[in-house]
Design a protein around this ligand. Structure first.
Ligand SMILES: [Zn+2]
Length: 80
Protein backbone atom coordinates (compact mmCIF):
# COMPACT_ATOMS: atom_id res chain seq x y z
CA UNK A 1 0.00 0.00 0.00
CA UNK A 2 2.75 2.43 0.95
CA UNK A 3 4.65 1.36 -2.19
CA UNK A 4 1.71 2.39 -4.43
CA UNK A 5 1.49 5.77 -2.74
CA UNK A 6 5.19 6.30 -3.46
CA UNK A 7 4.74 5.36 -7.13
CA UNK A 8 1.75 7.70 -7.51
CA UNK A 9 3.67 10.48 -5.77
CA UNK A 10 6.62 9.96 -8.11
CA UNK A 11 4.37 10.07 -11.20
CA UNK A 12 2.73 13.30 -9.99
CA UNK A 13 6.16 14.80 -9.38
CA UNK A 14 7.36 13.86 -12.88
CA UNK A 15 4.22 15.30 -14.48
CA UNK A 16 4.63 18.55 -12.56
CA UNK A 17 8.29 18.83 -13.57
CA UNK A 18 7.48 18.21 -17.23
CA UNK A 19 4.77 20.86 -17.16
CA UNK A 20 7.23 23.36 -15.70
CA UNK A 21 9.87 22.61 -18.34
CA UNK A 22 7.27 22.84 -21.12
CA UNK A 23 6.14 26.24 -19.89
CA UNK A 24 9.72 27.53 -19.75
CA UNK A 25 10.32 26.40 -23.33
CA UNK A 26 7.16 28.18 -24.47
CA UNK A 27 8.31 31.41 -22.84
CA UNK A 28 11.72 31.09 -24.48
CA UNK A 29 10.09 30.70 -27.88
CA UNK A 30 7.92 33.78 -27.33
CA UNK A 31 10.95 35.86 -26.38
CA UNK A 32 12.85 34.83 -29.50
CA UNK A 33 10.11 35.92 -31.91
CA UNK A 34 9.64 39.71 -31.64
CA UNK A 35 12.58 41.35 -33.41
CA UNK A 36 11.41 42.78 -36.74
CA UNK A 37 11.71 46.62 -36.76
CA UNK A 38 15.52 46.74 -36.40
CA UNK A 39 16.19 44.01 -38.98
CA UNK A 40 13.95 45.65 -41.59
CA UNK A 41 16.06 47.37 -44.26
CA UNK A 42 15.05 50.98 -44.70
CA UNK A 43 15.03 52.13 -48.30
CA UNK A 44 15.31 55.88 -48.61
CA UNK A 45 14.15 57.95 -51.54
CA UNK A 46 16.96 58.70 -53.97
CA UNK A 47 17.09 62.07 -55.71
CA UNK A 48 19.32 63.43 -58.43
CA UNK A 49 21.52 66.46 -58.33
CA UNK A 50 20.36 68.96 -60.94
CA UNK A 51 23.94 70.00 -61.81
CA UNK A 52 26.09 66.86 -61.82
CA UNK A 53 23.36 64.21 -61.92
CA UNK A 54 24.65 62.25 -58.95
CA UNK A 55 22.11 60.17 -57.02
CA UNK A 56 21.92 60.70 -53.29
CA UNK A 57 19.47 60.12 -50.45
CA UNK A 58 16.76 62.73 -50.16
CA UNK A 59 17.76 63.52 -46.57
CA UNK A 60 21.28 64.47 -47.72
CA UNK A 61 20.19 66.49 -50.74
CA UNK A 62 19.60 70.23 -50.79
CA UNK A 63 16.20 71.23 -52.11
CA UNK A 64 15.87 74.62 -53.77
CA UNK A 65 13.04 75.83 -56.02
CA UNK A 66 11.87 72.23 -56.51
CA UNK A 67 15.31 71.05 -57.60
CA UNK A 68 17.68 68.79 -55.72
CA UNK A 69 21.40 69.38 -55.38
CA UNK A 70 24.18 67.23 -53.97
CA UNK A 71 25.68 70.16 -52.11
CA UNK A 72 25.64 73.88 -51.46
CA UNK A 73 28.24 74.44 -54.21
CA UNK A 74 26.06 72.98 -56.98
CA UNK A 75 23.02 74.81 -55.68
CA UNK A 76 24.90 78.12 -56.06
CA UNK A 77 26.33 77.03 -59.43
CA UNK A 78 22.79 76.60 -60.74
CA UNK A 79 21.96 80.11 -59.59
CA UNK A 80 19.19 78.94 -57.26
ZN1 LIG B 1 25.96 67.93 -57.82
Amino acid sequence: MVKWLLVIGLVVLVVLLMNKVGRQRAVGRQRAVPRQPEAEPKVEDMVRCHVCGVNLPRSEAILSRGRFYCGEEHRRQDGA
